[in-house]
Design a protein around this ligand. Sequence first.
Ligand code: SF4
Length: 308
Amino acid sequence: MSEVVTDPRTELAERIARLKQQRKAVILAHNYQLGEVQDIADFVGDSLELSRRATQVEADVIVFCGVMFMAETAKLLNPQRTVLIPDPLAGCPMCEMAPVEAVRKRKAELPGVTVVAYVNTTAAVKAEADICCTSANAVKIVNSLPDKRILFLPDKHLGHWVQRHTDKEIILWDGYCPTHQKITVRDVQRLKEEHPKATVIVHPECTADVIDLADEVLSTGQMLRWARESDAREVIVGTEVGIIHRLKQENPDKTFYPISFLSTCPNMKRITLEKVAWALEDMQYEVTVPAEVADKARRAIEKMLEVG
Ligand code: SF4
């Protein structure tokens, strides 16, 4: 009689489903997560979509599969819930490029400046900001402000993209995403030569010279929507490679070429199925935000959500 062998990944996913019920938990995952983590999540999205979803969660526990600033944002927006991150070392190097002391110093040098903080910042930096933004709404947020001079934190490439779409003065911060910086003009040119009929879509965290070669500049949520609605059959994709999983799943009849397999975020990939199971078993690692910054940081995010 032949023995039925269950795939260990399936067994792990089933175990997570049981634990999720026991703990009354929901799993939120970013579009850059490993495919197998996206597959066990209740909701997968970009930063803006995840922020909105975090405000609606009624379960006791949110397991946040992403990096720390995202889990912090979920905690800020839904402080009654227990928010867990499966790996507390899943940070974001771009966040670390804007330490709060340096932000305070720069603000002091620019009296009266309006501070727009990309969500890729710590809660302490959000507390110093007038309003937050994501890559999906950065242009809209900046243009919604009455002020003419904006200190934009911390991504200089996204800030530069916003500058192209506003007549306000954008004062840039010298931050960037190391993962998107790995996407080069040469990579784009090579892929365009190999696939001349393909449409090029890139994320606004890419450098300006890469953006200049793109047909569309989109956040990850916008990329997914665009791919569903567009007639393009072949698409060259310039962002973290995790997005390819969902693009393929949702559009099996279309072909997606990542611009570079080097654009893998090692922090996003710290979250694994095993760590999600451990997080639920041991109720770790709980995300907290110091009370002295929580209210101000929450206000900056809520203002963003009010604008849209
Ligand atoms: S992809 Fe870039 S911005 Fe996003 S978490 Fe990784 S390092 Fe930070």
